[in-house]
Design a protein around this ligand. Structure first.
Ligand code: URA
Length: 272
């Protein structure tokens, strides 16, 4: 039997990765493999002159100027007078590096626009990227069933700490979350919920500015404060439904967190 060619080996490795769920291969910074001599530049057909080189094109994520991006997000968010304007501002916002890492669209929100509870997840996944709505994949379906069982259907506004799918569903970075935070805060100001449900470690840590893991944060009430200190709300971190799909025994802890939230919503004067 003849040895497989390099192309066949590469194809088989890519198929293995695809089966394992790897659907993006990106580095933090672009690599010009032609300039590095690893790949030969495309040659013109025999007898034709080489084409004039195209101007350099930006490949991959631009290195973010976080402070400038945050300032731009703040200005756009502040100018949005309602949730439709905010959704439009997010869709047109170009300074979040996640935009350039394979996401097909901005994913902002779904749910009741005057909800007493705002749920903040981590970031959109593949299904959300396709459909343009947060929490619509398998994890979202589990979340919906849990919200329903806790009597919270129709009383929740759902969004995420970032609005573009991180490649390969990686956790969003703190910088990406900082850049999107002014939009999240503006959503909170417009919806005016009574409390927040922070779903998953990446959401809880960035919203509460805490370093602890989700297993220690969950189930406890915290006071969320906006970056300008003008808004404060009770916030409950809980386990992410994607984690619950992998660890079904943890469901009872998330369930207990949801019931605690539902109970406080129904009796807002009750001390935590
Ligand atoms: N996970 C999240 O944190 N958010 C979504 O919208 C989907 C999956």
């Amino acid at each position: 039997m003849s040895e497989p060619s390099n192309a066949q080996l590469a194809e088989s490795l890519l198929a293995f990765w695809a089966d394992a769920g790897v659907d993006a291969m990106l580095l933090d910074a672009p690599v010009d493999r032609i300039a590095a001599g690893r790949i030969a530049p495309p040659q013109p057909p025999p007898g034709r002159k080489p084409a004039t080189p195209a101007p350099p094109r930006l490949v991959g994520a631009p290195v973010p100027d976080v402070a400038a991006a945050v300032a731009q997000a703040q200005a756009l968010a502040a100018a949005a007078g309602d949730l439709d304007a905010l959704a439009e501002a997010i869709a047109g916002f170009e300074a979040c590096p996640l935009r350039y890492e394979g996401a097909t669209r901005a994913v902002f929100s779904r749910g009741d626009r005057a909800a007493p509870l705002m749920l903040v997840g981590e970031g959109p996944g593949a299904e959300e990227d396709q459909r343009g709505e947060p929490f619509v994949g398998r994890a979202g379906q589990l979340l919906d069933r849990m919200l329903d069982a806790a009597g919270l259907t129709g009383r929740v506004f759902i969004t995420n700490t970032v609005f573009w799918r991180p490649p390969g569903n990686r956790t969003p970075t703190l910088h990406e979350q900082m850049i999107c935070a002014p939009f999240v805060e503006r959503a909170i100001a417009l919806v005016k919920p009574q409390m927040l449900l922070l779903v998953g470690g990446a959401s809880a840590k960035s919203m509460l500015k805490k370093d602890e893991g989700i297993l220690s944060l969950r189930g406890r009430w915290f006071e969320w404060r906006s970056n300008d200190g003008k808004m404060e709300l009770p916030a409950m971190p809980t386990l992410h439904p994607a984690f619950l799909l992998r660890q079904p025994v943890a469901k009872k802890r998330a369930w207990s967190d949801l019931l605690t939230v539902a109970e406080r919503l129904d009796r807002p004067d009750r001390p935590a």
